[in-house]
Design a binder for this molecule. Structure first.
Ligand code: MF3
Ligand code: CO
Ligand code: CO
Length: 287
């Protein structure tokens, strides 16, 4: 598999000898590859040091979403949410990953009602009955933490509240599938089953993703799937699960700004996201 010798410097950049660093893990992964019959990226399992850094960044992401929850209400603009998130992030010695990411112009995504994801903060005023997703990603000491939540403004319709609740359950059911040797398909299957059992659809154009050392890493994490299919889950993989669930059809349209994804049929959409670590026996919700 690897051409590195035991006493060579490890490929990961730690500067340590291979035998004291990734050698054991590489043997472990190459044995799994022989069983499953496909390639698994060598750096898919984070080191303990990386996990510590990612955990801290995820904790800050969680705090920012709490902070937003305390302040968000009817009359606030999405630009104001952007300012709160930006300033809080900077004050905590971190950087908002969305700002400048592939040209994204703001520090957070705010997605209202029929917006599926990647809404750009602007002068839009939140009003009673809106359902709003706020998606925060921090970079703290080089490590990424990514999560989003739905916020209900004032009193929303039963239709909206049901969607928000069921989409949260979809995330939870996806997370329950996370343990070593389960697959990404197990996660997608659980999410899709739950959404469709309520008559909703799952957006397939977007998915979760590996996260931690970069904003978007391998693997892509589909929110639809079949049991047992897709990449195997291994300890210390870190990735997001972030199902986007629509009342109507799953198709998305992108607006003129090249970012905002809306439901093609104008129906409501709801999303919840966590960054997850695979543990030896199951999962740890990092955000
Ligand atoms: N935070 C989003 C995600 O969950 C990605 C936003 S990309 C941005 O993957 F550029 F719009 F910020
Ligand atoms: Co994400
Ligand atoms: Co996100």
């Amino acid at each position: 598999m690897s051409t590195l010798l035991r006493n060579d410097v490890c490929w990961c950049g730690s500067g340590k000898k291979y035998k004291k660093c990734h050698m054991e893990q590489d043997i472990f992964i190459s044995n799994i590859e022989k069983k499953v019959g496909y390639k698994i990226p060598r750096d898919i399992m984070k080191t303990e040091e990386q996990i510590d850094g990612i955990r801290k960044s995820c904790k800050l992401t969680h705090e920012i979403l709490d902070m937003v929850g305390e302040r968000i209400k009817a009359g606030v603009t999405t630009n104001e949410i952007n300012t709160w998130v930006h300033e809080y992030t900077i004050e905590h010695n971190a950087y908002p990953a969305p700002l400048g990411y592939s040209g994204f112009p703001k520090s957070v995504c705010t997605s209202i009602n029929d917006v599926i994801c990647h809404g750009i903060p602007d002068d839009t005023v939140l009003k009673d009955g809106d359902i709003v997703n706020v998606d925060v990603t921090c970079i703290l000491e080089g490590y990424y933490g990514d999560a989003n939540r739905m916020y209900i403004i004032g009193e929303a319709s039963k239709e909206a509240l049901d969607l928000v609740r069921v989409s949260k359950e979809c995330l939870e059911k996806g997370i329950e599938q996370v343990k070593p040797y389960n697959t990404l398909g197990d996660i997608g299957y659980a999410i899709q089953q739950h959404a469709e059992s309520h008559g909703y659809s799952v957006v397939y154009d977007y998915g979760g993703h590996g996260v931690g050392l970069e904003f978007h890493e391998e693997p892509f994490v589909p929110h639809i799937g079949r049991k047992g299919e897709g990449m195997i889950l291994l300890p210390n993989m870190t990735f997001t699960i972030e199902p986007m669930i629509n009342i109507g059809a799953p198709e998305a349209d992108i607006l003129e700004d090249d970012w905002t994804a809306v439901t093609a049929d104008g129906s409501l959409s709801s999303q919840w996201e966590h960054t997850i670590r695979v543990t030896e026996t199951g999962y740890e919700i990092l955000t």
